[in-house]
Ligand binder design. Structure first.
Ligand code: SF4
Length: 342
């Protein structure tokens, strides 16, 4: 298989290599293919946005990487090679040593991530103590420093607070700080700013961007919001019905989307243009889990479908990191980045 990552050019091994990842769930009505043969790579220090509608399988990719799929789910096929080791099939004890240390996850709802009965400082130092021996005074200082870098005022005071005493934005900053405490190589952030107002979202993205430059941590930023992730990511992977349908640099995808689904996502971003017509929507909805569709999974919603699309399209690599899963890529479509995001 051709290398999809820009780091191939530097001959440096990628941090994460996902190959043919398929995650299935057994239900009374049959097998649900939540993730269906996903391939991608993440370079050292790279931020990759994993975008798509709800139910496209983005979160399941994150859970599969971390080995967090419980029965009736299972990883049916594929490899997740992280720092040279395949994580699929690794004993739970070894996975636990990696989680929170080498790979961390930030979830959408900090209230369910944080314990309501424990002060923030205690929860944070527990994360350090689970993976490394550090004197308590140093650990607390490390927590304070990280909270400060993530824009939390008076970090010392906040360390004494319980989660309910903080605002939603502060709680999410705490969760991001907790994910970074043990300096992992990779953070999987699952819609971490979706529930926040746009101002707080923008602040958090700015702080994460600065921290990423400082620490070199790689991110997989899972979101349905193309506009938000474009502020942060180097590269985008667009998912639909458990498959990656398009990938490339942020700039290329925003300016020249090739897959009809990506184009539909971009068209549905509100703009400030007073002459803009009614906001278009992608017709129909994503197929419910377990519903089999002949050929291309986007076919029932696609305005460009032909009989050829009754076959299954492969993810075709065009050049470098650019790839698309479509028999009729929309080469003639210009989608100016500045107009869409202004
Ligand atoms: S393969 Fe066909 S149905 Fe699928 S996205 Fe491309 S044009 Fe549409």
């Amino acid at each position: 298989m051709q290398d999809l990552s820009p780091i191939a050019a530097t001959h440096r091994e990628p941090l994460l290599k996902v190959r043919g990842l398929s995650t299935h769930f057994t239900t009374v009505s049959g097998t649900v293919q939540a993730v269906d043969g996903v391939d991608f790579e993440i370079g050292h220090g790279e931020v990759v946005g994993l975008v798509g509608e709800s139910g496209s399988g983005k979160t399941m990719v994150g859970f599969s990487i971390l080995g967090l799929i419980d029965p009736p789910g299972r990883i049916a096929a594929g490899k997740v090679v992280f720092e040279g080791n395949d994580l699929v099939g690794l004993p739970e004890r070894e996975l636990r040593g990696l989680r929170g240390r080498r790979i961390s996850m930030v979830f959408q709802d900090p209230l369910t991530t944080l314990s309501p009965t424990m002060r923030i400082g205690r929860q944070m130092t527990n994360v350090i103590a689970a993976h490394q021996a550090m004197p308590m005074a140093d650990a607390r200082q490390h927590c304070r420093d990280l909270l400060g870098k993530l824009g939390i005022p008076s970090p010392d005071e906040r360390m004494h607070a319980y989660p309910h005493q903080l605002s939603g934005g502060m709680r999410q900053r705490v969760c991001i700080a907790m994910a970074m405490l043990n300096r992992p190589s990779l953070i999987i952030a699952d819609e971490p700013t979706t529930a926040l107002d746009v101002t707080t979202q923008a602040q958090i993205l700015g702080e994460v961007r600065k921290l990423r430059e400082e620490t070199g941590t790689s991110f997989i930023w899972v979101t349905h919001d193309l506009a938000v992730v474009s502020e942060l990511a180097d590269r985008l992977l667009v998912m639909y019905a458990g498959q990656i349908v398009e990938q490339g640099s942020v700039e290329t995808i925003l300016n020249r989307p090739l897959h009809p689904y990506t184009k539909g996502l971009l068209d549905s971003i509100p703009t400030n243009n007073p002459d803009a017509k009614r906001l278009p929507q992608i017709p129909g909805s994503a197929p419910p889990p377990g519903i089999g569709i002949e050929g291309c999974k986007f076919r029932p919603r696609c305005g460009f479908a032909t009989d050829t699309c009754l076959d299954k399209p492969d993810l075709k690599i065009l050049e470098g990191t650019r790839a698309v899963r479509c028999f009729h890529p929309q080469y003639d479509v210009e989608h100016p980045l500045t107009e869409a995001m202004s």
